[in-house]
Design a protein around this ligand. Structure first.
Ligand code: CMP
Length: 149
């Protein structure tokens, strides 16, 4: 099975709700290897580049306002099938369809504030990782537990 990298963002509100640890704990318990992690404020320009595909949609401007409204945590996660498995852990985009047990199912009420972002394809993952991380900010550490996961 192919080892992949995916991009994750814990959106504004996660810090103020004091649930950073709980969400990272779910990510770690699943077995993802965190190889990049930092807290940043997303500028308008960066938000526009991240969500370029949604430009013109009815929710686009609210999405930019939300994502720039407070600090976020961005992560690079590595695992076999990381892109698919992290999206499953997040649950469906709309919290009224995200199953209990998923991050959105457990921590979000509204699509516009659905708490977490996950890349939806290999191309998006590469693009988003490149947007948010410099190569030297990604640490490919040796995982001695790999055979147990
Ligand atoms: P995310 O996974 O970050 O990708 C794009 C985001 O746009 C999505 O999560 C939601 O936060 C937001 N979004 C997508 N569809 C809608 C919608 N119908 N109404 C409001 N926000 C939306």
């Amino acid at each position: 099975m192919a080892t992949e990298r995916t991009f994750a963002m814990l959106k504004p509100g996660v810090l103020s709700r004091r649930v950073v640890g709980e969400i990272i704990s779910k990510i770690e318990r699943k077995g993802f290897k965190i190889i990049g992690l930092k807290m940043i404020s997303v500028t308008r320009d960066l938000a526009e580049r991240q969500y370029a595909e949604h430009k013109g949609k009815p929710f686009y401007l609210d999405l930019l306002d939300y994502i720039t409204s407070g600090p976020v945590l961005v992560m690079v996660l590595e695992a076999d099938q990381a892109i698919k498995l992290f999206r499953l852990l997040c649950g469906l985009t709309s919290p009224d369809q995200a199953l209990p047990g998923t991050i959105r199912g457990d921590y979000a009420l509204h699509t516009s504030t659905n708490i977490v972002h996950a890349s939806d394809s290999k191309e998006s993952a590469a693009r988003e990782i490149g947007l948010f991380f410099k190569p030297e900010e990604i640490i490919d550490w040796e995982d001695a537990n790999q055979k147990w996961i």
